[in-house]
Design a protein around this ligand. Structure first.
Ligand SMILES: NC(=O)c1ccc[n+]([C@@H]2O[C@H](COP(=O)([O-])OP(=O)(O)OC[C@H]3O[C@@H](n4cnc5c(N)ncnc54)[C@H](O)[C@@H]3O)[C@@H](O)[C@H]2O)c1
Ligand SMILES: [Fe+2]
Length: 419
C-alpha cells in the first residue's frame, strides 16, 4: 500500500485507500459468515459452570494455561480442583508472561504433548488466552510455525478445543478470532487471525476480577473501549458490530469510573467483563484501526502494556480521524450519556474525545509515553502503517509524515500535545 501510494499526492491517497478498503469488506464478510460465538457462561461463579461443561463434553485430559502471578493469587486452584473432582486430568502450564512470544507457546506445547492433553483452558488476561489459543493451534499444525500462521486465515487445521476464563475485562480474546504473538527478535507483535481460533466455551466471572489492581483495571478497560470505538468508526462496520460496540462503550463509560473507585463492586466488575466481551464481538466483525497499529509498536519496542498504549494513542487518532467520522463519534457520545440534546454532531464528537482525555486522567493514565524516543518515531510510524494498511478499514487515511507528526505529540518532553 505504501509503495503504491508513495507517488500519489496526499489527497488522492485517501481516495485510493477507500478503494482498497472495499476488499477488506470481503474479509469482514468471511469472518461474519464463519464466526460461531463461544458458548458463554456469565455471572459470579460462572467459571465453575464452565468446568462442569468441559467435563460434560467428554474432555479427559486438559491443559490449563495461566501465569504464575494468577496461580499465586489463588485464581486457578478452585477451577482446577473442581475439574479434578469431576474426573478430568489437569496439567498446568503457568509460564505465560505479558505479551507472550513464540518461546512460551512452544514451552506450553511441550507440556501439552508430554501430558497428552486433548484440550486447552486459559485462565488469565489476554496474554494467557492468546498463548493458550496458539498452543492449541500448534498442537494440530505441527508443520507450521506460529510466525508462519500470522496474518489472515493461515491456520490450516482447526486447533484443539479452546476454553477461556478471562481475569481482566479488556482484550475480548475469549470471543475473538485473533491471538497476538510477540516476535522479540524483530521487535514486533503479530496477529494470527482466523475464525478457527474462536474458543468453544468461555466464562465471564466478575468474582475473579475483584482483586485486579487499579492500573491494570484501567489499562485493560481502555483496551476494550478502543476495540469498540475502532470497530464502530471502521468502514466495514455492520449493524451487528455497531450494536455490540455501542453497548460496550455505554457500559464502560458508566462502570469504569465505578470499579476505579471501588474495585470490589461485583456488579460493575461483571458488567465490565460483559462490555469487554461485547467489544471483542465488535472487533471480530468491524476490525481495528490506527490506534492498535501504533500501540502494538509501543508494546513491541518498549513493552508498554497493551491497554495502556491504546489509552495513550486513542484520543490523538480520534482527533485526526474526526473530520471523516463526525456522526459516528457523535453517536458514541450519545451512548456515553454525554448529550444534552442541543449539541450539533460536531460538538458531540468533540465532547466524546474530550471525555476520553478526562477519563484517562481520572484513571491515572498520562497523555504521553515516557519511554517514547524521538529517533524511534519514523520506525514506529512505518510499522504501524504497514500493519494498518493491509488490515484495518480506517475512516481517514494517514501517510508516513502525518503518522510521525501524530506520534510526536505523545513525546512527553514535547511542549505541544501533552496535556
Ligand atoms: N486476541 C485478541 O483479540 C487480543 C485483543 C487485544 C489484546 N490482545 C493481547 O492481549 C495481551 C494483553 O492482555 P491483558 O491486557 O489482559 O493483560 P495480561 O494478560 O498481560 O495481564 C496483565 C497483568 O495482569 C495480571 N492479572 C490478570 N488478571 C488479574 C487478576 N484478576 N488479578 C490480579 N492480576 C491480574 C497478570 O498476571 C499480568 O501481570 C497483549 O499481548 C495483547 O496484544 C489480544
Ligand atoms: Fe486490543
Amino acid at each position: 500500500m505504501n509503495a503504491i501510494t508513495q507517488a500519489v499526492p496526499f489527497p488522492l491517497q485517501t481516495v485510493f485507500y477507500r478503494g482498497l478498503t472495499q476488499s477488506l469488506k470481503h474479509v469482514g464478510k468471511v469472518i461474519g459468515l464463519f464466526v460461531r460465538p463461544p458458548e458463554m457462561f456469565t455471572g459470579p461463579g460462572a467459571s465453575l459452570l464452565l468446568g462442569d461443561a468441559i467435563a460434560g463434553s467428554g474432555v479427559k485430559r486438559l491443559l490449563i494455561v495461566t501465569d504464575a502471578q494468577l496461580a499465586k493469587l489463588g485464581l486457578v486452584q478452585p477451577l482446577q480442583d473442581h475439574l479434578t473432582e469431576l474426573g478430568v486430568f489437569v496439567a498446568v502450564y503457568d509460564g505465560v508472561l505479558p505479551d507472550p512470544g513464540v518461546e512460551q507457546i512452544e514451552e506450553g506445547l511441550r507440556v501439552l504433548q508430554q501430558e497428552r492433553c486433548e484440550a486447552v483452558l486459559a485462565i488469565g488476561g489476554g496474554s494467557a488466552m492468546d498463548c493458550a489459543k496458539l498452543i492449541a493451534t500448534r498442537a494440530t499444525n505441527p508443520s507450521k510455525s506460529v510466525l508462519e500462521m500470522a496474518g489472515f486465515f493461515k491456520v490450516p487445521t482447526a486447533p484443539l478445543p479452546i476454553y477461556c476464563v478471562p481475569t481482566t475485562a479488556g482484550t475480548g480474546s475469549e470471543v475473538s478470532v485473533g491471538a497476538v504473538v510477540s516476535d522479540p527478535a524483530q521487535q514486533r507483535k503479530l496477529p494470527v487471525i482466523d475464525h478457527k481460533l474462536v474458543p468453544a466455551m468461555a466464562a465471564l466471572d466478575g468474582q475473579l476480577m475483584l482483586g485486579l489492581p487499579p492500573a491494570i483495571t484501567a489499562a485493560t478497560a481502555m483496551d476494550a473501549l478502543t476495540h469498540a470505538v475502532e470497530a464502530y468508526i471502521s468502514r466495514i462496520a455492520t449493524p451487528e458490530s455497531d450494536r455490540y460496540a455501542l453497548e460496550a462503550v455505554s457500559l464502560i463509560m458508566r462502570h469504569l469510573p465505578r470499579v476505579m473507585k471501588d474495585g470490589r463492586d461485583l456488579n460493575s466488575r461483571q458488567l465490565m467483563a460483559w462490555a469487554a466481551y461485547r467489544a471483542g464481538l465488535a472487533l471480530s466483525r468491524g476490525g481495528l484501526g490506527y490506534v492498535h497499529g501504533i500501540a502494538h509498536n509501543f508494546g513491541a519496542l518498549y513493552h508498554t502494556p497493551h491497554g495502556w498504549a491504546n489509552a495513550i494513542v486513542l484520543p490523538y487518532v480520534l482527533e485526526y480521524s474526526k473530520s471523516d467520522c463526525i456522526p459516528r463519534l457523535a453517536e458514541l457520545a450519545r451512548a456515553s450519556g454525554l448529550a444534552s440534546g442541543t449539541e450539533s454532531d460536531a460538538e458531540l464528537a468533540d465532547k466524546f474525545i474530550q471525555r476520553i482525555h478526562t477519563l484517562k486522567q481520572e484513571c491515572g493514565i498520562p497523555a504521553g509515553l515516557a519511554d517514547l524516543r524521538a529517533e524511534d518515531i519514523p520506525q514506529i510510524a512505518a510499522a504501524a502503517l504497514q500493519e494498518a494498511h493491509f488490515t484495518y478499514a480506517v475512516p481517514r487515511y494517514m501517510d508516513q509524515k502525518t503518522c510521525e507528526g501524530l506520534v510526536r505529540r505523545m513525546l512527553v518532553r514535547a511542549s505541544s500535545g501533552v496535556r
